[in-house]
Design a protein around this ligand. Structure first.
Ligand code: GLY
Length: 396
């Protein structure tokens, strides 16, 4: 691509810093197991400390995912923590099986966020059969939300409510669960629904300037595209930072699973928009409308975007791959230098200054988890570090 954005004066994270960051993450996660084995982390911290909750949120899979990433790292290093982490991961997988069997808070589309980093990971890493069983049930649950009219998976709410007849950009990360389910079972229904949803989502959530809608509505009768709207972004026409980051990682995964070359181009354009709207330290404000000033950051978006760039780097030409890898390393360097937790007395999380849901006069979301640790922020930071540390077989 011509004239693409470069960050001349920014350092990349070095291998020794990646190891230092992973060493700290391993220590922090192992230490947290005392509280967070039978319980899960809340979606966000309060004053930088997570409280324990039951397995009810859409976010609980991220904590289990961190346990599995830490397990992989400890195993590679031959550390005794590996066994403790594996045991904790297995206890959590049982809880996920119970959750999907009893259908506890699963009436939404976030089955991939819940079951890929927890149960698919357990199955891929250790052959855990309960993990496989739970993840297949989660895939079955996810496809119940598919609308053949409109060809998309509905995000939230009752399936017959016009006010909920919409998809959201985040859902691109829920689809690898469906591809995995088809691979495991040979049943192409999951695959076909994922394929249809990707097509509908990408055709509608990306605007002409390659910013993205958070959510997009369809006509209930005809399935025709209707209009975009934000929920967690600043205003309807702005680009919610995490939505744009889900778009980056989501299009990289869309390419991985479909091999549609159009998705590489779209990935590049969506990424370019994100990069052009970063502040000086490369960690976005919660909405890309803001590039300076005192608005809260969403550090999780930097990690998600870095993971997406590192994933796409596997499929593109060497020069482009080097470009995206360098930027991912610059983003993670900034997180490591200015946002990462390095002292357990400061936080029981991994990355500070993330934003879950920031209410504005123009959006429809509640207000919580602002300028705190967020469990997916911690997970994707560790995933990015792991990707930079080794050739990682992804959970997605
Ligand atoms: N998937 C919801 C969020 O990113 O906050």
């Amino acid at each position: 691509m011509e004239d693409r954005i470069v960050f001349q004066d920014k350092n990349e994270i070095l291998s020794n810093e990646i190891e230092e960051a992973l060493d700290f993450a391993l220590k922090q996660i192992t230490q947290n197991l005392d509280v967070f084995t039978d319980k899960f982390q809340n979606a966000y911290s309060i004053n930088n400390f997570y409280q324990p909750i039951e397995n009810i949120e859409w976010t609980t899979g991220f904590w289990t995912g961190e346990i599995w990433l830490a397990y992989e790292y400890a195993l590679e290093k031959g550390l005794k923590e590996a066994e403790k982490l594996k045991n904790a991961g297995e206890i959590q997988v049982e809880d996920f099986l119970n959750r999907i069997e009893k259908k506890i808070q699963v009436d939404h589309h976030d089955m991939g966020f819940l079951y890929s980093p927890s149960c698919v990971a357990a199955y891929k890493l250790t052959g855990n059969k309960k993990g496989k069983q739970a993840a297949l049930l989660a895939a079955d649950q996810l496809i119940t939300r598919y609308h053949p009219v409109g060809e998309f998976i509905q995000a939230w709410g009752a399936m017959d409510e016009p006010g909920n007849y919409r998809l959201i950009i985040d859902c691109l990360l829920n689809l690898p669960l469906l591809y995995w389910a088809s691979e495991e079972t040979g049943n192409m229904v999951y695959h076909d629904i994922a394929q249809k949803h990707i097509h509908t989502a990408i055709a509608n959530v990306i605007r002409e300037d390659y910013s993205t809608w958070h959510t997009f509505f369809f006509d209930m009768k005809t399935g025709a595209p209707d209009h975009g709207a934000t929920c967690q972004g600043y205003r309807d026409g702005s680009a919610w930072a995490r939505g744009q980051a889900w778009g980056i990682y989501g299009t990289a995964l869309a390419y991985k699973y479909t091999k549609n070359p159009e998705y590489i181009k779209i990935f590049q354009q969506v990424t370019e928009y994100f990069l052009r709207h970063l502040p000086k330290d490369l960690v976005p404000f919660w909405d890309l409308e803001f590039t300076d000033g005192k608005e809260p950051r969403d550090s999780s978006s930097a990690s998600i975007a870095a993971c997406g760039m590192l994933e796409m780097a596997k499929y593109i030409e060497a020069e482009d791959a080097a470009y995206y890898t360098k930027i991912a390393k610059q983003l993670i360097k900034s997180l490591w230098d200015f946002y990462a937790v390095k002292d357990s007395n400061v936080s029981n999380g991994l990355v500070l200054h993330s934003t879950y849901s920031n209410h504005s006069p123009y959006n429809t979301c509640n207000h919580y988890g602002v300028d705190e640790c967020n469990s997916w922020g911690d997970y994707f930071y560790m995933e990015a570090l792991t990707r930079l540390h080794k050739d990682w077989e992804l959970y997605w």
